[in-house]
Design a protein around this ligand. Structure first.
Ligand SMILES: NC(=O)c1ccc[n+]([C@@H]2O[C@H](COP(=O)([O-])OP(=O)(O)OC[C@H]3O[C@@H](n4cnc5c(N)ncnc54)[C@H](OP(=O)(O)O)[C@@H]3O)[C@@H](O)[C@H]2O)c1
Length: 244
């Protein structure tokens, strides 16, 4: 981007976050990205949150206004940008199956609800964890129920960490054989890309989306929020793929 910026990693535990933020606040700081387990802990240090962070219940980026910290979440918009760029099919009214019920799932649900998807079912190893994510009409089901709910033209979003390196032989659920036509399969995992689960969907004829685009686009949105400048997502995606 031609800017004299640097981006550094710090490992910070929730009990260290207040001290680290006090250390980093100042005119030289453009912004901070947060990942687990800091996405919830950050709420106690911000004076203002954007509607996106409020809705998802998690903060993945912070900026210093000169007086206080402001929290935002770019994961939901980042995933939608990635979906639009790589799949580009309408989501409105589409039957949707979401696998997982953790932090990433909350962002995906916010994104999907913004697009007014059709009937929604959430499949999680611990079904009780899905309960708080449900809205009237949504279903909470066991992972074993997945195959029987898959229909033609379904959107499936895999939000668990299953299949992530180094456990690359694992899959959260098995696909039925043959796959119904028109399935769109999305995995949030970006390492490896594709996961075993996503590769099987591709072999069965589904349109597929890995987690790399979301990772890039949430960062693009964060940089825009901090600076007002938009980096080139294609260049960032190439750098990400080269680094994996
Ligand atoms: N591409 C991106 O930009 C992006 C952004 C955010 C997250 N992610 C990825 O999304 C994944 C989940 O992140 P998260 O923040 O949501 O984590 P999290 O809050 O810890 O949630 C983990 C989820 O995975 C499920 N799970 C874990 N191990 C399992 C197993 N062995 N069998 C079945 N289910 C299992 C958990 O089920 P239980 O409820 O039963 O424990 C839960 O639903 C990670 O791989 C992360 O890298 C990617």
């Amino acid at each position: 981007m031609g800017q004299a910026w640097t981006f550094a990693k710090r490992e910070v535990s929730p009990d260290q976050l207040g001290r680290v933020l006090a250390e980093l606040a100042g005119p030289d700081l453009l912004g901070i990205n947060l990942t687990l387990p800091l996405k919830q802990a950050a709420f106690q240090f911000v004076s203002q949150v954007t509607p996106e962070a409020e809705q998802i219940g998690a903060i993945n980026c912070l900026r210093w206004t000169g007086q206080h910290w402001e929290g935002h979440n770019s994961d939901a918009t980042g995933w939608l940008d990635s979906f639009e760029e790589e799949i580009g099919l309408p989501l409105q009214g589409r039957k949707t199956l979401v696998i997982g019920a953790g932090g990433a799932c909350r962002a995906i649900l916010a994104a999907l609800r913004r697009q007014q998807i059709g009937p929604l079912a959430i499949f999680n190893r611990t079904p009780e964890r899905s309960q708080s994510l449900l809205r009237p009409g949504d279903l909470s089901l066991r992972l074993d129920d997945f195959a029987s709910h898959l229909e033609a033209d379904c959107l499936v979003v895999q939000t668990t960490s299953v299949g992530m390196w180094p456990h690359t032989e694992s899959s959260p659920v098995e696909w039925p054989q043959p796959l119904p036509p028109g399935v769109i399969a999305c995995d949030l995992v970006y390492n490896p890309s594709p996961t075993r689960w996503l590769a099987q969907a591709d072999q069965g004829g589904a349109r597929t989306l890995d987690g790399c685009g979301m990772l890039v686009h949430q960062a693009v949105r964060a940089i825009e929020w901090w600076s007002g400048l938009r980096p080139d997502p294609a260049c960032m995606l190439r750098a990400l793929k080269d680094s994996l």
